[in-house]
Design a protein around this ligand. Structure first.
Ligand code: 1CP
Length: 351
């Protein structure tokens, strides 16, 4: 068990599990805690015009990061940005289409790779660092600030298909057809992600999360090659550069490989998806910080169904190095009052 203690740890409940201390009630934040379920987000979003316009506007991006902290008092905030900022910064054409999701000009071979420029990416990364600095200025001292990026595999699935896919077929096909060429895309993303994450920490982030939302469909050998290896490389290079903040991996759908994932990547914590049993989370918590895993749809329903499940998670994880979260992001139709109810429940019954 690696423990990470900093001066900040003493003031910040979110960081304490990483220093080896279980916290009671558990610290909590929610993936996609800033977003369309909040009326104040929709207001700022409309002002910003486009979604990427919001991501690259430090004042507005900082404002939407802070909105859920003011409303609910979460123990951690997460930088408002998106995993597709990395391909955009590298020079791929990226758009977010209202009601449809991201659209990218697909990169399907090495010719496409030549269009990506890690040096040029620095210019747009610098805008995000400015957002981090602004958040830090206005964030209460006891609230953690999480920086993030998408894992190379998940980002590549969007870059290759040009949009979100249920099966990630385009990336999987390239990886089978031409593992060396696809490996160069993954290497480029790995290098650029290290740069980007190190910059976020230099600007003031307390911890990092690597989102591998599409890790689940890969067969075992490909999971090792495209999920575990690049994540391990990111962690290794961050440590080599002296970046010493906790790193949380989120290999969504990788449940039965989670033990291998945490051991081989050397992340400090693991985000657990909705499919993971609380028993498996408990076992992982013997060596790592565990974060998760309420079904975001229970937050839509609320009431007894939500409360019963929250109690099961709180009971099973009591006394462990645990951070309460969802198993995936909040969905837009979530009633904000159900989030308030969840927060009350964790505070009143999580001790
Ligand atoms: O118009 C809007 O407001 C768009 C909705 C939205 C939001 C609020 C998108 C578009 N991205 C975000 C913010 C975002 N995305 C954050 C901000 C911080 C927070 O959590 O509050 C983070 C961490 C992400 C990460 C992200 N983006 C992931 C990984 C986590 C996950 O949800 O699996 C992925 C896969 C994306 C891609 C993405 N961004 C947005 C959309 C619609 C999509 C596609 C999702 C898909 O393919 O299903």
């Amino acid at each position: 068990m690696i423990t990470r203690t900093t001066e900040r740890t003493r003031h910040c409940r979110f960081l304490q599990p990483f220093a080896g201390t279980p916290v009671s009630p558990p610290p909590f934040w929610l993936m996609r805690q800033a977003g369309r379920y909040l009326p104040e987000y929709r207001e700022v979003r409309a002002k910003a015009g486009s979604f990427l316009g919001l991501c690259y506007n430090p004042a507005l991006a900082a404002e939407v990061t802070l909105q859920p902290i003011r409303r609910y008092g979460f123990d951690a905030s997460i930088l408002f940005s998106d995993i597709l900022v990395v391909p955009d910064a590298l020079g791929q054409k990226v758009d977010f289409i209202e009601g449809e999701g991201p659209r990218l000009e697909p990169i399907t071979d090495e010719l496409g790779l030549a269009k990506l420029d890690p040096i040029k990416a620095q210019r747009k990364y610098a805008i995000v660092y400015e957002t981090v600095k602004r958040i830090r200025q206005d964030l209460p001292a006891d609230v953690g600030l999480i920086g993030f990026c998408g894992a190379p595999w998940t980002v590549a699935t969007y870059m290759v298909a040009g949009h979100g896919t249920p099966d990630q077929a385009a990336a999987r096909l390239w990886a089978y057809r031409d593992p060396d060429g696809f490996g160069r895309l993954i290497d480029l993303l790995t290098e650029s992600s290290v740069e980007y994450l190190a910059g976020q920490v230099a600007a003031g982030c307390d911890a990092l999360q690597i989102f591998d939302s599409w890790a689940g469909n890969l067969p075992s050998v490909q999971f090792d090659r495209w999920v575990i290896q690049p994540t391990r490389e990111i962690v290794r290079q961050l440590r080599k550069r002296g970046v010493d903040v906790p790193v949380i991996g989120f290999p969504r759908g990788g449940s039965n490989r989670s033990r291998r994932f945490v051991e081989q990547t050397r992340v400090d914590g693991i985000g657990c998806d909705t499919a993971m049993s609380v028993g498996t989370m408990k076992a992982l918590a013997s060596t790592h910080v565990v974060q998760g895993n309420l079904d975001p749809l229970l937050l839509v329903i609320g009431g007894r169904a939500m409360e019963d499940r929250v109690r099961v998670i709180l009971d099973m994880m009591r006394g462990k190095r645990f951070i309460f979260n969802l198993g995936h992001g909040i969905v837009p139709q979530t009633p904000p009052e159900n989030v308030a109810k969840l927060v009350d429940l964790i505070r009143s019954e999580g001790g």
